[in-house]
Design a protein around this ligand. Structure first.
Ligand code: AMP
Ligand code: MG
Length: 520
């Protein structure tokens, strides 16, 4: 197995001088060296063929003993020094101080085809940042991260990637619902990959400690390697850097809204500086369209991270990042101007995205009203988001009265679509039909364009749960099936039509399907 090792994070940034793997506050450093834990009986369950290629590896490599050992942490690649990153963050609106990679260990960085990748194991044992926890991950959460991050990539949503999913052979104790019923589960390790795993919290922690020197080193490093088009770091470049992060983060969240993804735990330690979806924990996919929905049971009361709030939370998180950069820039005005433009940009981009979902390409002023009327209608009775938008492409402007028929499969309780609700829908379809009259594209072209932004297949919550239930029994076929299905989420795939269906009733209130905790 030959990887083109090009380490820079642990070569160019200040290291924690202590080498012991003990819990501690780490100051004036960006990471701590740590060796992954030896696993009892590692077993490779799945490998992403696309990521193998991206890293310059082959299928033969993936079958080697070396691959298994390296990507489960049992052996360390020659000339590399694994490390855990130091960062802080706001959790649910409160400053939490130092957090850090408590269950993630970076192995190395690799360059291939002019692309640079950091390779990280999630669930490979304790680090100085593990606090009271064990540094391990269980199979259910690892399957969820592995499948979803690759699926997001194929949906065209910026995301970290995954190379492999393995069992560790160790058992891990978890109190899944935080109700005092702890039980042993199978331990697992995901090897995840991204150009960088730096988060908002990486910068925040240094600023909170007034460590301007290390903050400058880290920001300059980030610009040099990840925003190099901005040029030599200066106060001006710092502002442009912030503006780019704002734009990238916004784009990512608008994409989440497009496909119905709810991150579930948008703490500032879980927001990538590169605007990539990171930390697939208690995330979920909208089934019934509902702005108030969150899959995260920990957030059930306040619903801070519900679907309809994600764009607002993005701004709140960016404000925290701006506060950190202020230590370096020393003047609030430039940062404020950028932050103040967020809401308008968000509204414009959201509307543009919704226009695309609706097949409206000649922008009109009343489109915002049409969109908000639709959002209201979608929440009158439980209506499947994915099915609704996918089937809407078959709607004919010439037959507005057939709107409900075309989208009928999206309604969970058809009997509820009567009287007032039926009337409201028919009114909406009528105005949509009128609006479509002003479009110039043929209906075939419109359908094709709509289908390229409205996925047919997403990783519905019950689908991952089915694959997890099988995997816990030692059957990994469904993981592979779903992995392949989700490589082409916008294609028809008639052989996979069974996954283009509403959530089955048994999954409505089942743990793992609609309720998830952070205990992974
Ligand atoms: P999260 O919100 O899941 O990203 O986790 C928040 C913090 O808790 C991060 O610093 C994680 O590294 C840490 N953490 C979560 N689970 C574990 C675990 N099993 N062992 C050690 N640290 C953990
Ligand atoms: Mg995290």
């Amino acid at each position: 197995m030959q990887l083109n090792i090009k380490d820079r994070f642990n070569k160019e940034l200040p290291a924690d001088p202590i080498l012991e793997n003990t819990r501690r506050q780490v100051e004036k450093a960006c990471f701590s060296y740590v060796t992954p834990k030896q696993t009892a009986k590692p077993e490779l369950l799945h490998v992403s063929p696309e990521m193998l290629i991206n890293l310059g590896l082959t299928q033969a490599d993936a079958k080697s003993e070396d691959f298994l050992n390296v990507f489960t942490g049992n052996s360390v690649l020659p000339n590399t020094k694994p490390y855990a990153m130091c960062y802080g963050g706001h959790q649910f609106g409160n400053w939490a101080g130092q957090l850090g990679d408590g269950r993630a260990i970076n192995l190395t960085e690799v360059e291939h085809n002019n692309k640079h990748w950091a390779i990280q194991l999630k669930g490979a044992g304790e680090t100085p940042y593990s606090r009271t926890a064990d540094g391990l991950a269980v199979l259910r959460s690892s399957v969820r991260e592995y499948l979803c991050s690759e699926a997001m990539y194929h949906l065209g949503v910026p995301t970290t990637r995954a190379l492999s999913l393995s069992l560790s052979g160790d058992n891990v104790l978890r109190d899944m619902l935080y109700d005092g019923n702890a039980a042993y589960e199978k331990g697992a390790i995901v090897c995840r990959v991204a150009p960088s795993f730096l988060r908002f919290g990486s910068y925040q922690l240094l600023a909170a400690r007034q460590d301007k020197e290390t903050l400058k080193t880290l920001v300059d490093y980030t610009i040099k390697h990840h925003f190099s088009h901005l040029g030599t770091p200066s106060k001006d470049t710092y502002l442009q850097f912030f503006e780019t992060v704002v734009n990238d983060t916004l784009k990512m969240i608008v994409d989440w809204q497009r496909v119905g993804f709810v991150h579930g735990v948008m703490n500032t330690d879980n927001l990538s500086i590169l605007g990539q979806t990171i930390d697939y924990g208690p995330y979920g996919w909208l089934e019934g369209y509902d702005n108030n929905w969150t899959p995260n049971t920990t957030d059930r009361q306040h619903k801070r991270y519900r679907f309809g709030s994600q764009l607002d939370v993005g701004l709140w998180n960016l404000l925290q990042l701006a506060n950190a950069l202020l230590l370096l820039i020393e003047e609030a005005e430039g940062l404020e101007i950028i932050l103040n433009s967020y809401r308008e940009k968000a509204a414009t981009q959201y509307l543009e995205m919704m226009r695309n979902k609706l097949g409206l390409f000649n922008a009109e002023e009343n489109d915002a009203q049409l969109v908000s009327n639709l959002e209201e209608a979608l929440q009158l009775t439980e209506t499947d988001m994915t099915i609704f938008f996918r089937n809407l492409s078959r709607f004919s402007a010439k037959k507005p009265s057939e709107g409900l028929e075309v989208t009928t499969d999206a309604f969970y309780v058809l009997d509820e679509v009567t009287d007032v609700i039926e009337k409201q829908w028919n009114t909406w379809f009528k105005s949509y039909a009128e609006r479509l009259q002003n479009e110039t594209l043929s209906s075939e072209d419109r359908q094709a364009k709509m289908n390229s932004v409205n996925p047919k297949y997403v990783l519905r919550n019950y689908m991952s749960q089915l694959s997890i239930d099988d995997a816990n029994k030692g059957d990994y076929k469904l993981i592979d099936d779903l992995f392949n299905l989700l490589k082409k989420p916008y294609d028809e795939q008639p052989e996979n039509e069974k996954w283009f269906a509403k959530r089955p009733d048994w999954a409505r209130n089942k743990v793992g399907c609609s309720m998830l905790s952070c205990s992974s």
